[in-house]
Design a protein. Structure first.
Length: 236
């Protein structure tokens, strides 16, 4: 499932997507379950998608549509991540990502009176340099949040972890350039349904082992093994 506007086709609405938007994913999961009632459904989320998936699992609890899930490198504390990515080498990634977000926002001004909707002049889009600024200017107001801080507070998945009942594998690396150590959840913040794998190295959605000339993409194998094992147990 792609977030709105992330397929290569523009979302025609004034709104877009955000890291806590679970309604689209839930609708998608329900549609799959309805079309294939005899199949079990697994969920795998990466980065912002992983944060959204964890939030969805916490919101739905025992009514989750998923049989088992895997969340990779989720920014579980959005405020901490927005602060961290504005420091050091991480600012390079922020520059690239914010540039793409601004480009998508400019397209919306061609279809909608965005200045009236969010109070931001078209020419002021270029002044936006950080995630904090973008989320204050667009993400928060277009989705009904008071400001970026309110958006981060409401949509960080860390607070939902204790409510998850779906078996979930959570994979995170201490050296993730987008996140500080404050993002890492403590044992008491995790439900008994979560298996938490915390690695010293792995970067952001990386987890590559082996050598430079013979890399081993460990992450993909691990996810495949988790789902395959679950299917075997289910069949027995």
């Amino acid at each position: 499932m792609h977030f709105r506007g992330c397929t290569g086709n523009d979302n025609l609405l004034a709104r877009s997507y955000h890291s806590g938007e679970t309604t689209d994913a839930l609708e998608f999961a329900k549609a799959l379950s309805k079309r294939h009632p005899k199949r079990v459904l697994y969920g795998v989320g990466y980065s912002l998608g992983a944060n959204m998936l964890l939030k969805l699992l916490g919101e739905t609890g025992e009514k989750s549509p998923f049989h088992k899930c895997v969340a990779v490198s989720p920014p579980m504390d959005l405020k901490e991540c927005a602060d961290k990515i504005d420091k050091g080498i991480s600012k390079y990634y922020q520059h690239r990502l914010v540039k793409e977000l601004k480009s998508a926002l400019k397209k919306k001004y061609k279809r909608h009176n965005m200045q009236k909707i969010i109070g931001l002049k078209y020419k002021d889009i270029q002044k936006i340099k950080t995630f904090w600024e973008f989320d204050n200017a667009y993400t928060a107001p277009i989705h009904g949040f008071d400001d970026a801080s309110h958006y981060y507070e409401q949509c960080s998945s860390k607070q939902f972890l204790k409510n998850i009942t779906t078996p979930t594998l959570l994979i995170h690396a201490k050296d993730d350039p987008f996140m500080s150590q404050k993002v890492i959840p403590r044992a008491q913040e995790l439900s008994s349904s979560i298996e938490f794998l915390l690695y010293e190295n792995g970067g952001h959605v990386g987890f590559i082992s082996g050598s430079f000339f013979q890399p081993e993409f460990w992450l993909e194998k691990k996810i495949s093994e988790v789902i395959t094992l679950q299917e075997r147990q289910q069949s027995n």
